[in-house]
Design a binder for this molecule. Structure first.
Ligand SMILES: Nc1nc2c(c(=O)[nH]1)N[C@H]1C(S)=C(S)[C@@H](COP(=O)(O)OP(=O)(O)OC[C@H]3O[C@@H](n4cnc5c(=O)[nH]c(N)nc54)[C@H](O)[C@@H]3O)O[C@H]1N2
Ligand SMILES: Nc1nc2c(c(=O)[nH]1)N[C@H]1C(S)=C(S)[C@@H](COP(=O)(O)OP(=O)(O)OC[C@H]3O[C@@H](n4cnc5c(=O)[nH]c(N)nc54)[C@H](O)[C@@H]3O)O[C@H]1N2
Ligand code: SF4
Ligand SMILES: [Mo]
Length: 812
């Protein structure tokens, strides 16, 4: 803590010395961003140096650890105990292969988050209703005693299954600061109700194991060996923006191979951005129909790789169809119209559903069938839909039909793979509680936990839940409100604090989720503490960063490890001993660093890493090729499916389809067939709400993180994309304020009228901060898409179909 007794003044983003220089005669300074009026006090007698002439204290290595899958290097320049300038990686050079892991616009603005006037400073307890945002400052003692008291009460009264650690990814890239650390605490206290799946990949992660036994992709650098790149709903120019990220690999590798690039997306994305050879706009949720139409052409024109299908796959045609399957239950019969629906999946059939002209589909099929190897992949947009499990498997059919799996320059149809350097992760320990809910169903578990069953609600580890959720840890998560489906419904459920009795928030800002917490604790940022940070999606060059604290602790903020250690101590000596294993944070980092070194002998020692900052290592095989061993020798290296082969027809899915209780529109099918799902483009609701809407991942933010940074807001405004024809029909001009609404809610936002989105479809960046009076009209003015999304889970994964929505738009 700094020695001044008015930290509010001292650590205001205008530095203390600047305040003295510019302090006005009235003795007040209006902080422009916060609207706060701060008292002006004279602090030092001597006239200090102007801020920009102060000597620099140090340059500190750190990393941006929000959940964008990159974790770029940051070099933080510190002066007067404040970060005043942010640079990025300066190791390596401009050459692809020895490149720098350069941060994007968000990471480079991190000092604006660190020094933000709205940052939480003290522990607080809620004094108004959940969501009202009324809090009272309390001491750390009171906060920690209240939390541990209520935790012990919950464990004694309801059992460990009543405690849930909410999904959160604010520090996804952190190691000891990771969003999951409350797992370790709860596993030290007898366990908790955990979850399977993620908001990112619920549907594809549930689906792919049935097809491939796993979910893997070739690394994007392998595009250097491809002749063609096909991106289904994959937009790395916004979702993997960094200099070590996929967007860089994609472009550099294509420059080597000169591969053509086809982008299949309802939006003309930044990834297309003039670099694509073809943009194929597609109606959201209909990729499986496009694939079926392409498959029809591939089969009719003899462009399928029959030897590959015979040798490596199950269920393509009758020769490999499992005996349990119905007659004509194979994929080829489904495509040719000999299956149970009797419909041939011709390009004309697919054209009506997808909105793509039949001729385009025929050309696409020929291009894909005749250009090898082809890197066919999908982002996670196509699967974040009501029928996402079927879509994810269907897209993978294109590389399977054309034999592009397991070879250089090919891919599996999944998202890009990455080399893994093998950083040692802080162990979350084993959860003694086996029961799991799907990531998306925690609101149901609060409301009607004991009614939830395995066959209807996807409960795992048990036939049904026994207790509802009574206690929630909400650490580095805005999923309590902003990032979960149907905000109004969540608001309603959380209002009743006899249901979920305690919500503990650990945050930096008063986010919409924070407002619903009962106790709110101010966390340090990863840039303010030591941590060992691993790359995630990094092509064939892995890296690890040893971040050092850039500044001292300000106000009463404390690091998560210390906070949870204090809770563990209060739960009991056993819990504390298990949680800490007798190490403090620094000792853990040193331990994790040395463990990582065992796998990377050339990595500098812990002490050396403190100044080196970053260590990089190239993939020894040059490129990651998914299922390479399987392709080379399928007998010796079977896949993890029951047959050991690629299961185009899945007997396990046939069993689930026959035994689970499903709502009428919910389809689980042994084959990757097209099924419209609920609230799709043809849903009866479309007569009332005729436009499809989804929230894409936007460069302005990582979800909601960085959402309150003014320069980013100005650079990338929050707006709803609407096609010129749809706008004309509604009298909407570019920049007009419009209301976007459906039966669940309304948001008011500015319109971007553009041919970059197909007619009938609209989109806005997801993650904008909710700005609604949830106790009044509930109308949002921040463009927060989840005021419009729903909470109904997808059929197999019970995942979040947050991209499937119907809305109407009118001019305000
Ligand atoms: N409609 C719609 N909803 C979506 C999605 C979508 O596509 N459409 N995407 C979904 C996906 S894929 C995901 S991953 C989720 C993401 O949802 P979240 O995991 O909730 O991600 P963020 O919105 O970034 O929120 C993280 C919170 O952590 C806080 N935070 C950041 N760093 C730290 C830290 O060091 N310490 C602490 N204590 N807090 C920190 C931030 O202030 C922020 O409030 O959203 C999902 N929601
Ligand atoms: N800048 C930034 N980067 C991020 C994030 C962020 O919030 N901001 N979030 C990170 C996280 S946690 C995740 S999970 C990933 C998310 O990565 P993704 O899930 O891949 O991102 P999305 O933007 O949801 O979807 C990708 C593309 O799919 C398109 N799309 C939507 N529906 C369909 C469809 O039905 N069919 C087809 N073909 N395309 C469709 C969208 O227009 C979009 O261009 O991004 C990560 N990176
Ligand atoms: S937001 Fe992602 S791409 Fe940008 S600096 Fe941070 S880690 Fe890198
Ligand atoms: Mo995600």
């Amino acid at each position: 803590m700094n020695d001044n007794n008015n930290p509010d003044l001292l650590h205001h983003p205008f530095s203390r010395r600047k305040l003295i220089k510019t302090g006005s005669a009235t003795g007040c300074l209006l902080a422009a961003t916060s609207g706060l009026v701060l008292p002006f006090r004279k602090i030092a007698a001597a006239e200090p140096l102007p801020n920009d002439q102060l000597p620099e204290d140090k340059v500190v290595w750190s990393s941006c650890t929000v959940n964008c899958g990159s974790r770029c290097a940051l070099r933080l320049h510190v002066r007067d105990d404040e970060v005043y300038w942010v640079e990025t990686d300066n190791t390596g050079n401009d050459h692809y292969g020895n490149h720098q892991v350069r941060a994007c616009l968000r990471g480079r603005s991190i000092r604006r988050r660190m020094n933000h006037p709205d940052r939480l400073k003290y522990p607080m307890k809620r004094v108004g209703k959940r969501g009202e945002g009324k809090f009272k400052r309390i001491s750390w003692e009171e906060a920690l005693d209240t939390i541990s008291g209520q935790l012990k009460h919950t464990l004694a009264q309801y059992g460990n299954e009543a405690v849930h650690v909410l999904y959160g990814t604010g520090v996804d890239g952190g190691n000891i600061t990771n969003s999951n650390v409350p797992y370790r605490l709860m596993n030290s206290c007898g366990g908790f109700l955990s979850r399977y799946g993620s908001y990112s990949t619920a549907q594809i992660t549930a689906a792919m194991p049935y097809l491939y036994g796993a979910q893997q992709g070739n690394s994007p650098d392998d595009i250097a060996n491809s002749k063609l790149v096909v991106l289904f709903g994959n937009n790395p120019a916004e979702t993997r923006m960094s200099g070590g990220g996929v967007t860089y690999y994609l472009e550099q590798a294509r420059a080597i191979s000169n591969a053509k690039m086809i982008v299949i997306d309802p939006r003309y994305t930044d990834t297309a951005g003039g670099r694509e050879d073809q943009w194929v706009p597609i109606r959201p949720g209909t990729d499986a129909a496009l694939v079926a139409g392409i498959a029809h052409v591939l089969i009719s024109e003899n462009l399928v790789d029959q030897p590959f299908l015979d040798k490596y796959c199950v269920g393509y045609d009758e020769t490999t169809l499992p005996s349990s399957a119905p007659k004509n239950g194979h994929y080829k019969a489904y495509i040719l119209g000999q299956g149970d629906d009797g419909i041939a999946k011709t390009p004309e059939w697919a054209a009506r559903i997808t909105g793509i002209p039949a001729n385009t589909i025929i050309q696409l099929a020929r291009e894909i069938g005749m250009t090898k190897p082809a890197y066919i992949c999908q982002g996670w947009g196509p699967q974040r839909h009501a029928n996402g499990e079927q879509t994810a498997r269907a897209i993978a059919m294109l590389p399977i039909l054309t034999g592009n799996v397991g070879i250089n320059g090919g891919n599996t149809g999944c998202r890009e793979g990455s080399f893994d350097l093998g950083v040692e992760w802080f162990d979350m320990l084993t959860n003694p509680v086996q029961t799991k809910i799907s990531v998306f169903t925690w609101t149901d578990a609060i409301m009607r936990g004991p009614e939830m069953t395995a066959k209807r609600d996807g409960i795992r580890g048990k036939d049904k839940l026994d207790v509802p959720i009574k206690f929630i840890w909400c650490y580095a998560s805005n999923t309590l409100i902003n990032q979960h489906g149907d905000i109004s419904r969540t608001h309603q459920i959380l209002q009743d604090d006899s249901k979920c009795e305690m919500i503990v928030g650990i945050e930096h800002f008063m986010t919409s989720s924070a407002k619903y917490c009962d106790i709110l604790l101010p966390d340090l940022m990863p840039t303010e503490q030591e941590d060992l940070i691993s790359h995630e999606s990094a092509g064939n060059m892995g890296y690890v960063i040893l971040g050092q604290p850039a500044t001292t602790r300000k106000f009463e903020r404390r690091p998560i490890y210390e906070i949870l250690s204090e809770v563990a101590k209060r739960v009991g000596p056993q819990a504390e001993a298990t949680f800490t294993e007798g190490r403090n944070q620094q000792q853990w980092i040193e331990y994790l660093c040395e463990k990582t070194r065992e796998r990377n002998p050339e990595m500098p020692s812990y002490q050396e890493m403190k100044s080196a900052g970053i260590y990089k290592r190239k993939c020894p095989e040059e490129h990651v090729v998914a299922f390479k061993e399987f392709r080379e020798d399928p007998q010796a290296n079977p896949l993890k499916t029951p047959s050991g082969k690629i299961e185009i027809y899945s007997e396990r899915l046939a069993e689930i389809a026959a035994t689970w209780e499903l709502a009428p529109e919910d389809v689980i099918h042994p084959l990757p067939v097209y099924a419209a799902g609920f609230e799709g483009w043809e849903d009866p609701l479309s007569s009332q709400y005729p436009l499809q809407l989804f929230g894409y991942h936007y460069k302005a933010r990582t979800h909601s993180s960085y959402g309150n940074i003014d320069v980013l807001q100005q650079a990338c405004p929050q707006e709803v994309w609407i096609n010129t024809l749809d706008a004309q029909a509604r009298g909407i001009k570019n920049g007009d304020r419009v209301k976007v609404f459906n039966g669940r809610g309304e948001t008011q936002i500015q319109a971007k009228v553009t041919p970059r989105i197909m007619p009938g479809v609209t989109a806005m960046g997801q993650g904008a901060w909710l700005a609604a009076d949830m106790f009044g009209d509930k109308v949002d003015h921040g463009g927060s898409v989840n005021i419009l999304t729903h909470h109904r889970p997808s059929p197999l994964a019970k995942g979040n179909p947050q991209h499937t929505n119907l809305v109407q738009i009118v001019k305000l």
